[in-house]
Design a protein around this ligand. Sequence first.
Ligand SMILES: NC(=O)c1ccc[n+]([C@@H]2O[C@H](COP(=O)([O-])OP(=O)(O)OC[C@H]3O[C@@H](n4cnc5c(N)ncnc54)[C@H](O)[C@@H]3O)[C@@H](O)[C@H]2O)c1
Ligand SMILES: O=c1ccn([C@@H]2O[C@H](COP(=O)(O)OP(=O)(O)O[C@H]3O[C@H](CO)[C@H](O)[C@H](O)[C@H]3O)[C@@H](O)[C@H]2O)c(=O)[nH]1
Length: 330
Amino acid sequence: MTILVTGGAGYIGSHMVLELLDSGESVVVLDNLSTGFRWAVPPNATLVVGDIGDQELVRSIVRKHGVKSIIHFAGSIIVPESVVDPLGYYHNNTVKSRALMEVAVEMGIENFIFSSTAAVYGMPKEIPVREDAALAPMSPYGSSKLMTEIMLADTARAHNFRYVALRYFNVAGADPKGRSGQSTPQATHLIKVACETALGKRSHMEVFGTDYPTADGTCIRDYIHVTDLVRAHMAALRHLRAGGQSEVFNCGYSKGFSVLQVIEAVKRSSGADFEVRLSPRRAGDPAAIVAASDKIRMHLGWRPEFDSLETITVQALAWEAHLQQFKHAS
Ligand SMILES: NC(=O)c1ccc[n+]([C@@H]2O[C@H](COP(=O)([O-])OP(=O)(O)OC[C@H]3O[C@@H](n4cnc5c(N)ncnc54)[C@H](O)[C@@H]3O)[C@@H](O)[C@H]2O)c1
Ligand SMILES: O=c1ccn([C@@H]2O[C@H](COP(=O)(O)OP(=O)(O)O[C@H]3O[C@H](CO)[C@H](O)[C@H](O)[C@H]3O)[C@@H](O)[C@H]2O)c(=O)[nH]1
């Protein structure tokens, strides 16, 4: 009953692999290492270096390892990059997800868990945003993920195929045991950038937009610890294995923090007072987005354990310091 984790050499995927192995599962990772790292896959998981769009390769992995469940993280993830390269994003996120799903249906995969995103909502009318809110992505990244969600829903209606799509809000933090963390060089995510600046890897950082209609003028996001997020996947897997129906769940804490509040938290956790420059808005950013999280709590019994901005920033800083020491990624 091996689980195929696509994108398992990446930030969230590597935490998923650790959680699965900790739970005694057998894991095979398929990753093209475009943004992931070979070292991020623990030796007791099998790593196949290749592309999710390579159907013959996926077929052979499913056959060889007796895969019954797929957790699909592989994709391109940067909102502003998707604005300048929409076709690249539709190709990697939508077209290749379709290829993967086609093999999943053909090979009788019973459980499929998909990494969706809060970006499918765009700028929601009501906050916290519920799963049944209008879907109006503001970036090709969000659209590329929404199109995959639509394909999943249609496929589940037509075939013996069940899925859970998890709409992640802003994922941050690192493995509490210090085994993995966000390692992407030239990362663009706020907490990662702030941690790099706190540790002197960058001379300063920027705040993108101070004229949003929020209390302090900067964007509000719901930051979820990566370990709580992968535990939501474990709950989704149990749900599907028990014969549960296809569902879509938000993954967030229902708590919003502004960009300036996050930077303050990183300053407090690190004790470093670094330079912060106020800059114009970045393309594709909604002003505020916070998850309604009652559905996942109720249906999957998910209970977060690390829902504090301080815990997230302290562990993200610890991982950043580890990276600097060992120069895993540069
Ligand atoms: N990080 C976030 O805040 C966030 C929020 C919402 C959703 N997500 C989603 O979660 C998933 C994982 O994100 P992450 O932050 O771990 O990013 P990441 O870049 O660290 O991981 C993505 C992994 O997928 C691999 N990959 C990319 N395209 C591939 C392909 N065609 N074939 C095989 N492997 C491929 C990369 O090498 C990498 O290891 C993505 O689907 C992303 O859209 C992330
Ligand atoms: O150096 C930085 C980096 C970010 N920001 C701001 O911080 C906020 C958060 O930005 P991130 O880049 O950390 O995250 P996003 O909200 O753009 O996107 C993330 O969350 C989305 C859902 O909300 C998607 O899931 C997406 O995959 C994931 O990258 C935004 O207002 C952004 O403009 C800065 O001010 N300075």
